[in-house]
Design a protein around this ligand. Structure first.
Ligand SMILES: Nc1nc2c(c(=O)[nH]1)N[C@H]1C(S)=C(S)[C@@H](COP(=O)(O)OP(=O)(O)OC[C@H]3O[C@@H](n4cnc5c(=O)[nH]c(N)nc54)[C@H](O)[C@@H]3O)O[C@H]1N2
Ligand SMILES: Nc1nc2c(c(=O)[nH]1)N[C@H]1C(S)=C(S)[C@@H](COP(=O)(O)OP(=O)(O)OC[C@H]3O[C@@H](n4cnc5c(=O)[nH]c(N)nc54)[C@H](O)[C@@H]3O)O[C@H]1N2
Ligand SMILES: [Mo]
Length: 643
């Protein structure tokens, strides 16, 4: 008999959907979106609605694998965990805990992954990562400007007269925003997209401003200049913004046409954006991706300033929304992180830093929910860093590019087997993940794995407790006083009672002065681009994968999408070599006359072993703020294959 079971998607995605799984004779046969969830609204994205192919993939790992020479051989859990405990204890005794590096990424956003961090903090504290490959620059920018990073309630968008989608591909990366945007539009909101790439989200908007990559700072300055010159700056702005005069001087330090030329937009486009912002309320929705470049922090700060001086902060239908505080409802204070870690590895520079670190060198790396070889820049350096360590453990469900380099691979649960708590970074609803089916024989959750390891190293008691007990521990301190229990979350999504509907409604900000910290300096000019590499490499989310987790098999070379005039004379469909100054890969050229002539678009998440990995071509570099990854600044060229 078929049974419907509900869980919450744990993928690194703003939507954190409520999933209804049909289970027949112990097997999941169908996945659908929960119609009762206010954001999921009964539908799932492509990649999660096709997840059963991954769940039941023949290459899913079902037993621990231990390296013997060049091969990974199946071993029992007891042997695997004994080896792990013995090696970690020995390295700690010989070199101290700083010689062990725990790297955790976004394979699952479940809050219980913190228990893995907790284990390594008690065992060490060990070396951990700092910075953030995903949103480091934007997070730091908003913290600096507003003193806090969160967003208006998602449904407050319906009150907006204008919505500026600034570098955001909702059709691919967070499709559950689409119904909200449609409703806002029906209520009269007017939408504009500001993005160098022509993509499906263009279809939702009445206007598309296809600026130069990284031209956003200049465009924001042009818009701010218009606001000042036309008297459209909020008369109250002086009261709640610091150094408004210096910001005014900055945006007026060049002519409108100079700023617009730098951004490759027309002055009319800048004036139009200024007019929209002054026709309050106008909401700016900032994409997570657009700040992944050298000046990403300055760009987000410039957008924060636009929202502030135009009077759109603290009002319904306004705001500069980037990230929703997905952990805000939970007590995560039991993990102290960088405050106690002996040292940290900058995430975007992981390969080089691991290779360089001394006193002690990094001898062991434990990788939780990450595929750094495919997903961090300079894949070949990351690969080298892992290959040269003494002991690498990867906990994953598949033999990824990263797992292939491990000494020990431990098979773990998927999103349909997860037992966890979820917040979302695209709305304020909280959810629980409950296993809709048990994991296959031989597969263990991250929690079970660290608990078994803890028992072997004398930390069994500290790590004790089943998933439900850890959930309660995370929930009780902040949600308890609001009467929200685990059982409530199990019945259906609950809006985080701590999240305000309108952020900064009293126009006071948790900055040192209580006011918005407006940016007052332009970012320094970067190095001149290499003249022979005319295209910006944009490796962007695709519908068919979650980062390196593909929902359908991919074959052959990666596709590069370019304007026909940027294809180096090659016809549509031709094979070519895509080259950066560090490496190259074979690609299939796709012409798209809607694109700019200076961009080359490839999918994010290609595997290195298939020769589809954009990160092999991208140099590791950090952003101006927050130690994010400047992933989208690499320049490339397309060259014909040698005959
Ligand atoms: N299907 C799918 N969905 C995903 C993911 C996935 O891999 N696949 N990944 C998830 C993750 S980890 C995240 S962080 C989010 C990311 O969510 P988004 O940030 O919305 O991600 P993208 O779809 O990559 O969109 C980034 C946008 O920034 C634009 N952009 C690039 N450079 C610039 C620039 O200089 N200026 C401007 N204005 N725009 C620029 C790109 O053209 C693109 O449209 O999505 C999540 N959702
Ligand atoms: N060139 C380029 N690089 C990028 C980006 C880009 O746009 N362009 N985007 C960046 C962004 S936004 C992000 S967030 C990162 C993402 O980088 P990662 O977080 O490393 O990406 P994933 O491919 O999702 O890898 C996570 C791994 O976790 C595994 N996993 C899933 N669930 C679990 C679990 O419960 N436990 C464990 N132990 N493992 C699990 C999956 O099988 C997968 O192999 O990549 C960044 N890299
Ligand atoms: Mo991300």
């Amino acid at each position: 008999m078929a049974e419907l079971r509900r869980t919450t998607c744990n993928r690194d995605c703003p939507d954190a959907c409520s999933i209804l799984a049909t289970v027949e004779q112990g097997r999941v046969t169908r996945l659908a979106g929960d119609p009762d969830h206010p954001v999921t609204q009964g539908f799932l994205c492509y990649r999660t609605s096709h997840f059963l192919q991954t769940q039941y993939a023949p290459d899913r790992l079902r037993t621990p694998l231990l390296r013997r020479g060049d091969t990974l051989v199946p071993v029992s859990w007891d042997e695997a965990l004994d080896v792990a405990a013995e090696r970690l204890l020995r390295i700690r005794a010989e070199s101290g805990p700083a010689a062990i590096f725990h790297y955790r990424s976004g394979g699952s956003l479940g809050l219980l992954k913190l228990v893995v961090d907790y284990f390594f903090e008690l065992f060490g504290p060990v070396t951990i990562k700092r910075g953030d490959i995903c949103s480091g620059a934007g997070d730091a920018a908003q913290q600096l400007d507003f003193g806090e990073e969160d967003s208006h309630d998602l449904f407050d968008l319906e009150q907006a007269r204008h919505i500026l989608l600034w570098g955001k591909n909702v059709a691919v990366s967070g499709p559950h925003l689409i119904p909200v945007l449609r409703r806002a539009r029906e209520r009269g909101a007017r939408l504009v997209l500001i993005d160098p790439v022509h993509h499906r989200t263009v279809g939702l908007c009445e206007r598309f401003i296809q600026l130069r990559p990284a031209g956003d700072f200049a465009l924001a300055m042009a818009v701010a200049q218009v606001l000042f010159q036309r008297g459209w700056v909020d008369p109250e702005a002086e009261r709640y913004c610091d150094h408004l005069d210096r910001f005014g001087a900055l945006c007026q330090s060049r002519t409108l046409s100079d700023w617009c030329q730098e951004a490759d937009v027309t002055p009319e486009e800048a004036i139009d954006l200024a007019a929209r912002l002054s026709d309050r309320p106008a909401a700016i929705l900032v994409g997570w991706g657009m700040a992944r470049r050298r000046i990403g922090g300055a760009i987000v700060r410039a957008l924060d300033a636009l929202g502030a001086i135009s009077g759109n902060l603290g009002i319904s239908g306004g705001g500069v929304s980037y990230y929703f505080k997905r952990r805000g409802a939970f007590d995560t204070s039991f993990v102290r992180g960088a405050a106690v870690a002996p040292r940290t590895v900058c995430e975007p520079l992981l390969g080089a830093e691991v290779l360089r670190m001394a006193d002690p060198p990094i001898r062991a790396i434990w990788i939780t929910a990450g595929n750094p070889v495919a997903m961090l820049p300079e894949s070949l350096t990351v690969q080298e860093a892992l290959r040269t360590r003494e002991f690498v453990v990867v906990v994953d469900s598949f033999l990824t590019d990263t797992a292939r380099l491990a000494h020990l691979v431990l098979p773990t649960t998927t999103l349909l087997e997860a037992d966890d708590l979820l917040g979302a970074y695209g709305h304020h609803y909280l959810g629980v993940a409950r296993p809709v089916v048990p994991p296959p024989e031989g597969v263990r959750s991250d929690l079970e794995i660290v608990q078994a390891l803890a028992a072997r190293v004398g930390l069994g008691d500290a790590l004790a407790g089943d998933a439900a007990a850890w959930k309660r521990r995370l929930l009780a301190p902040k949600l308890g006083p609001h009467g929200v229990t685990l059982e409530d979350l199990e019945r259906g999504a609950v809006r985080n009672p701590l999240a305000p509907r309108i952020l900064f409604a009293d126009r006071t900000f948790p900055t040192p002065t209580g006011r918005v910290n407006l940016i007052c300096e332009a970012p320094p000019a970067g190095p001149a681009p290499p003249p022979d590499y005319p295209l910006w490499l944009l490796s962007l989310s695709t519908e068919w994968s979650q980062a390196s987790q593909w929902a359908r098999p991919v074959h052959g070379p990666a596709q590069v999408t370019v304007h026909p005039a940027a294809a180096g004379g090659l016809p549509d469909g031709a094979l070519a070599r895509l080259e950066s100054q560090v490496s190259s890969m074979i690609v299939r050229v796709r012409h798209d006359p809607r694109q700019r002539r200076d961009v080359a678009i490839v999918p994010k998440g290609g595997h290195l072993r298939d020769g589809r990995c954009a990160n092999a071509l991208i140099r590791a570099a950090t952003t101006d703020l927050g130690e994010g990854g400047a992933l989208y600044d690499e320049r490339v060229r397309i060259v014909p294959l040698a005959p």
